[in-house]
Design a protein around this ligand. Structure first.
Ligand SMILES: Nc1ncnc2c1ncn2[C@@H]1O[C@H](COP(=O)(O)OS(=O)(=O)O)[C@@H](OP(=O)(O)O)[C@H]1O
Ligand SMILES: [Mg+2]
Ligand SMILES: [Mg+2]
Ligand SMILES: [Mg+2]
Length: 381
């Protein structure tokens, strides 16, 4: 692919992820400071919030506006089932007002805003039209409006992830990480620190959070990072960007590995054994969401491993943006058998061999995949 391709798509995607992050930051502040009934449980018991629906509606509206509602195919996580229930009228009103407030700010990010505030049915349409199944042919946007919703409701790490797939390959990846901390060690303790520190010790959340949007275009060998624009600061657009690169560490003893926080989402006893056999000495960095990919891409950690329970099928929106950014920043991402992830088979990463291994470089990656090969049969996964 030509490196100059997709400039308009990337530009709009980066701006809308900034816009979505600003929406999420406001909603998260509200959730954490007041208790709220705006968190619902989905059928699988995972949470969904006003922010998940509002970001999906906002991104969908902007993409349709710029690329034409007839042409745009979006594969995204949320649907409107809960929101359309008669007993969710109050929730829908909050989503609609959140979307309208957010879109009113779009010009600050150099994006169009609607001529009139959106009606309930328009917001529901914007969410429900993101029902594409993707596949091997054509262009498909892939959106996780809030990845790591559990982290989000706990006042911790989460990400907004937007990618573009063309003919089965990820060509653009954009990842917004509003709570990315100033110091990488704080990735591990973010939530605990928030809770343990009194408000007076934390003069403003911004002295704690760096917040960033990362992005990459396939085949460029470059991954970029922009600072997030916080709160009411006057936004100077275009924002500046700096190149990011993976860590150059290839000694396992010096390497840090990331994994999901929840034991239900990845087999932590298996990774513990793997870490021992490869010679990883540091404590695992357990972080919610695709911020784990972000940490690898910016060189704050060296390895990310996720081994979901047998039978769980990984979804493309949980990985597409992060995988491309890590690869373009110089890293290697495969399944546990060493094969590339296949984004061409629809909503799921079909054929994924056991789990996902993302590393800052080939030497560490080879060691991990080799060790999985050697230890799999004796493991209890
Ligand atoms: N059982 C199970 N196994 C593996 N993965 C699952 C499972 N259930 C859900 N999910 C998906 O995992 C996404 C969150 O992954 P994380 O790496 O952030 O996990 S964790 O919250 O840190 O434990 C999460 O993304 P969000 O729903 O966007 O938060 C889910 O898509
Ligand atoms: Mg997700
Ligand atoms: Mg999500
Ligand atoms: Mg979810």
């Amino acid at each position: 692919m030509e490196a100059d391709n997709y400039s308009k798509e990337l530009d709009v995607a980066v701006r809308v992820v900034h816009l979505a992050c600003s929406l999420c930051m406001k909603v998260q502040e509200g959730l954490v400071s007041k208790s709220s009934d705006h968190v619902k449980a989905k059928d699988d018991d995972s949470p969904v919030t006003v922010a998940d629906w509002s970001v999906q509606a906002t991104v969908s509206w902007i993409l349709s506006e710029y690329f034409g509602s007839q042409n745009v195919s979006i594969v995204a996580e949320e649907d409107v089932e809960t929101l359309s229930n008669a007993d969710s009228a109050g929730l829908l009103d909050v989503v609609v007002s959140t979307v309208n407030k957010c879109l009113a700010e779009a010009p600050k990010f150099g994006l169009k805003k609607p001529d009139n505030t959106l009606e309930n049915f328009q917001v529901l349409d914007a969410i429900s039209c993101c029902n594409s199944r993707g596949g091997p042919v054509g262009r498909h946007w892939v959106l996780d409006p809030v990845d790591g919703t559990l982290g989000f409701v706990r006042g911790d790490q989460y990400a907004v992830a937007l990618a573009l797939i063309e003919d089965g390959q990820v060509v653009i990846g954009v990842l917004g990480c509003p709570n990315y901390p100033m110091r990488k060690e704080w990735l591990n303790y973010h939530h605990q620190h928030y809770r343990a520190m009194s408000k007076s010790l934390l003069p403003s959340p911004h002295s704690w959070d760096e917040g960033c949007v990362m992005y990459a275009r396939r085949g460029t060998g470059e991954a970029w990072m922009q600072p997030l624009i916080h709160g009411d600061e006057k936004l100077e657009w275009p924002n500046f960007a700096k190149l990011i690169q993976v860590s150059s560490v290839d000694d396992p003893a010096q390497a840090t590995f990331c994994e999901p926080v929840e034991r239900a989402n990845s087999n932590q006893s298996f990774t513990e054994g793997l870490a021992q056999s490869v010679g990883l000495r540091k404590q695992p960095l357990r972080v919610y969401s695709m911020v784990k990919y972000a940490a690898i891409a910016r060189g704050d950690a060296e390895i990310y491993m996720k081994f979901a329970r047998a039978g769980y099928k990984e979804k493309i929106w949980d990985h597409a943006a992060g995988v491309l950014i890590v690869q373009e920043a110089g890293g290697v991402v495969t399944d546990a058998g060493g094969r590339p992830l296949d984004f061409s088979k629809g909503v799921y990463l079909e054929g994924l061999d056991r789990g996902i291994v993302a590393c800052c470089g080939a030497p560490l990656h080879d060691k991990i995949v080799g060790s999985i090969f050697a230890s799999w049969d004796s493991s209890n996964l």
